[in-house]
Ligand binder design. Sequence first.
Ligand code: MEV
Length: 312
Amino acid sequence: MSTQKGIGIANGKIILMGEHAVVYGEPAIAFPFSGTTVTATLTTASSPTLTSSYYNGPLEQVPTELTSIQTLVQRLTNDYQSPACHITIESTIPAERGMGSSAAVAVAITRAFFAWQKIAYDTKQLLAYVNQSEVIAHGNPSGIDAAATSGHDPILFEKGQPFTTFALNIDAHLIVADTGVKGKTRETVKDVRALMEQHPQTTLATIQQLGQLVNDAKQAIVLNQATELGMIMNQAHHYLQQLGVSDATLDNLITCARENGALGAKLTGGGRGGCMIALAQSALDAKKIAHKLTQAGAKSTWIQELGVYEYA
Ligand code: MEV
């Protein structure tokens, strides 16, 4: 049996602005979060198997949460008539925390598969497989998680359109905090859809306000206005609360960040658990806020410099 190996890597992602509204065609800003990564390794095997911190065994018997991986590997194997493979997944992306873990795992596996089979591919082919896998994981994905976890640059994303890269040229630091509670993207996306059906006018108005805030945020970033961006993040969180996708754990950390000097704070990703983000003017403020968030119950925190690097 061949000992040939294929390795694929992907990043976690953070949505700065525009989650949920992006499902309805509004723009969103997201960036690959290199603080967290996933590596998939594929080798030839007699039958398909998976080794991960979550599950270890035959691919046919994965728990429901991993059926998107099972289907992805079946599709790749059928499409390219490849032998069976053993997959090893090593990840520092917390699962189901709004960091795009499911998309990142799919990106890493697809890349590893193409490397293992020595198949040349382009981004469009990669994203087609990842988006199919995301339909199983999330029901009705906009595609933003696939786009952000597979690239290296911040993106301005609109569903169904080619996304553009976008420099986060703003003199500020972003704190990311994990509530430690599993997010429920599939459920929140479904609930926003139900809200849209029950109260179309008010829900659409909220979604459009979120879209407008993304445009305002883009402008604040281009003009390096961190204080404005913070205020825009606060407004976005208010609208996300109206959509019913926040919860007490997220709101508690968001209030804590604001009370401790954050320029603004909001949930990121699907919500109802998962992660929140806060904007701080300086590295020192960011450290202080991260510390306070940990004291308030955050399971992990990360600090990302957004930086106007020319002036550094
Ligand atoms: C999840 O990371 C982002 C959502 O907007 C869903 C999606 O865009 O697919 C909540």
